[in-house]
Design a protein around this ligand. Structure first.
Ligand SMILES: NC(=O)c1ccc[n+]([C@@H]2O[C@H](COP(=O)([O-])OP(=O)(O)OC[C@H]3O[C@@H](n4cnc5c(N)ncnc54)[C@H](OP(=O)(O)O)[C@@H]3O)[C@@H](O)[C@H]2O)c1
Length: 279
């Protein structure tokens, strides 16, 4: 609770943009999939004041009914199609190999924000390590299937325990967000900030390929049969700013800004950047 109060204060004090956006908060989020990720996101969204509808193959099963009851706050469960139809924002958190079939079975998605956190379908290659089965990302495939949906890649770079408790990493966990739709990107950034994560702009949707590929690194200890896994987190860094490093060609007008029209202005949820070492 103390953390929630502190976080609320940070939002109020440090994130004017976030508070402004919150007043326009879309009310209903469909959480498609009731597995490890779905049952982490659903209760957190409900706690934040969103109306949660789980989408499931078995919305009346005891397992899903228990999840709905423990989520509380008016949460419900329905079929995938009906849950998505009732929502403004749809979080797709289903088994990787089932994504296409599930998206195919949904009704109209035009104008809805579709958050894709899925890892790509893979197989174990001859050397025992993961290998992708597709060249494009899951997110791009969803966008291809539903051209008028606003697909955003986010939240696949962290495990469900970070969603349960963003403080588990001992510091702010950065959530890279990729999309070709700036407003949708900003909506998801606001949600990330509300969840206690630190949203950063990862560029256009095609960058989802690289975000998704991180899971193959995550699974290496598992592939090796080790008891101990590893977690990794993105963190903001002031290294470039402190060392006046531009990272690109400069002319008299300054560095070239790529993708300027889709460069999101995210709420700065984690306060001011750390001072440079000499300051
Ligand atoms: N777990 C993590 O920490 C983590 C982290 C990052 C990304 N991801 C990605 O997030 C997605 C969901 O992961 P998860 O860990 O929540 O998976 P999970 O625990 O295996 O749950 C997946 C859910 O997908 C639904 N589903 C629909 N069709 C299915 C089918 N044919 N076979 C199996 N399940 C089916 C099921 O929900 P219903 O029974 O309600 O239909 C199931 O509970 C995956 O793409 C995964 O790669 C997971």
């Amino acid at each position: 609770m103390a953390r929630r109060i502190l976080f609320s204060l940070l939002l109020i004090l440090g994130a004017g943009a976030a508070s402004e956006a919150s007043s326009a908060k879309l009310e209903t989020i469909a959480v498609l999939g009731t597995g490890d990720m779905g049952d982490s996101f659903g209760p957190r969204f409900a706690d934040l004041g969103y109306h949660v509808i789980y989408g499931s193959r078995s919305p009346d099963s005891e397992r899903v009914v228990n999840l709905v009851n423990s989520t509380g706050r008016g949460a419900s469960a329905d079929t995938y199609a009906d849950a998505a139809a009732a929502a403004d924002i749809v979080l797709v958190a289903v088994a990787s190999h089932a994504v296409e079939q599930i998206i195919d079975g949904l009704g109209e998605l035009d104008g809805k924000v579709i958050i894709d956190l899925n890892w790509p379908p893979t197989r174990i290659a001859d050397d025992g390590y993961e290998e992708r089965l597709t060249d494009i990302s899951v997110a791009e495939r969803i966008q291809e299937m539903r051209p008028k949906a606003l697909v955003v890649k986010a939240f696949g770079t962290m495990a469900s325990n970070v969603i349960d408790d963003p403080h588990v990493a001992g510091g702010p966990v950065t959530a890279p967000i990729a999309s070709d739709h700036r407003q949708a990107k900003e909506t998801v950034a606001r949600i990330a900030a509300e969840l206690g994560l630190d949203p950063v702009d990862a560029g256009p949707l095609r960058m989802a390929r690289y975000l998704e590929s991180l899971m193959m690194l995550y699974l290496i200890p598992h592939n090796q049969g080790r008891q101990e896994g590893w977690d990794f987190y993105f963190r903001r860094s002031n290294y470039w700013a402190c060392n006046a490093y531009t990272g690109g060609e400069l002319d008299e007008t300054g560095p070239t800004i790529i993708d300027a029209g889709n460069l999101a202005e995210f709420p700065h949820t984690q306060g001011e950047p750390e001072p440079c070492p000499s300051e």
